[in-house]
Design a binder for this molecule. Structure first.
Ligand code: DAH
Length: 343
């Protein structure tokens, strides 16, 4: 190539490069452009390699012209690159003015609603909220609750065991949380625990192998059965209305002494007798009692100076009475038409 040919060629390359660069609209194309002109085997490398072949006195001038053209194109390239980056960023910008999509989620599940209501009531009384594991050990579910191995009261709960040695199980009630809390914290204690519990029961209108319980525990100096009555009457009237009557009958649980079974006047018939209350006028709703000294001992507390009460209730049962649901299976069928009716 002669000196003139080089300059003519350079001129064409620059024109073509500018023309192509203007049309470019994305990163792939601009990278291809860069390689075409400035790559190792690109057009500028090509034209530069011709310099040694022209007469020596013209080499420096030709070199300078090529360099100036190169600089000019590089600058245009940088500008275009910046433009593309900005454009990309604004394409992915969130537009906060677009109205949100209303998710196809109906109301909260009735079990969630009732659980939250119960939590709210006990928070008013200063109770803390605790949770425990759904997989429990024999110690927490039975032994620490005053039911040593072979204790006949274990038969009150049909248990799902998880191992051959029957040391691991799905908790049959939320009472083990009492022990876990007393091991961790020292009195005075006021807590509730809500969660799933499991029993080897049939799945029928009034039984489900999985259900929920709320557990309560209050421990301090001089806690008496009167405190138990006051707290539970307050709780049940907040939950079912101030006109509800509450009845305490003697009962038996290995972890409380004395133990009580607590009923409310039927929320359907007001106590006259109906199908829901089996014409009794009363609905059994809670188990409760004064914490057995053995439970304190197993939890590592010195039971000389403290007393306490505990209680437990089924959340599904409460929800069924509150909402007039007659089949516990409804809670577990995931039918949106059912869930949509609450809240
Ligand atoms: N854990 C018992 C059950 O599942 C309910 C219960 C009764 C809990 C008395 C208590 C209690 O804390 O004191 O049947």
């Amino acid at each position: 190539m002669s000196h003139n040919e080089i300059l003519e060629n350079l001129d064409n390359i620059v024109k073509q490069a500018i023309c192509e660069l203007q049309k470019i609209n994305d990163h792939t194309a601009i990278e291809q452009w860069r390689v075409k002109y400035f790559g190792r085997k690109g057009l500028f490398a090509d034209i530069t390699s011709a310099i040694p072949h022209i007469s020596p006195e013209l080499r420096s001038e030709t070199g300078k012209k090529i360099n100036t053209a190169k600089k000019q194109l590089m600058q245009m390239f940088e500008e275009k690159l910046g433009f593309l980056k900005n454009k990309e960023a604004s394409d992915t910008d969130v537009n906060f003015t677009i109205p949100g999509i209303i998710p196809d989620v109906p109301n909260l599940h009735p079990i969630t609603l009732v659980s939250r209501e119960i939590v709210g009531i006990f928070q008013k009384l200063g109770f803390g909220i605790h949770v425990g594991p759904e997989i429990e050990t024999d110690f927490y579910n039975f032994e620490a609750l005053n039911m040593p191995e072979n204790h006949p009261a274990r038969d009150m709960w049909d248990t799902f065991y998880l191992d051959e040695d029957r040391k691991l199980l799905l908790r049959t009630h939320t009472s083990p949380v009492q022990v876990r809390v007393m091991q961790k914290l020292s009195p005075p204690l006021r807590i509730i625990a809500i969660g799933k519990t499991f029993r080897r029961d049939a799945f029928d209108a009034s039984h489900s192998p999985v259900f929920h319980q709320v557990e309560g525990l209050m421990v301090d100096k001089n806690i008496t059965f009167s405190n138990l009555k006051a707290v539970l009457i307050f709780f049940l009237r907040e939950l079912f209305g101030s006109r509800v009557r509450v009845r305490f009958l003697p009962s038996y649980f290995p972890f409380t002494e004395p133990s009580a079974e607590i009923s409310i006047s039927c929320v359907i018939c007001g106590g006259k007798g109906c199908q829901t209350c089996g014409n009794a006028g009363w609905l059994e709703i809670l188990g409760a009692g004064m914490v057995h000294p053995e439970v304190f001992r197993k939890s590592g507390l010195d039971c000389k100076n403290i007393t306490g009460f505990a209680f437990g209730a089924g959340i599904e049962r409460i929800a069924m009475l509150k909402y007039g649901i007659d089949d516990i299976r409804q809670f577990y069928l995931n039918d949106k038409r059912f869930i949509q009716q609450f809240g």
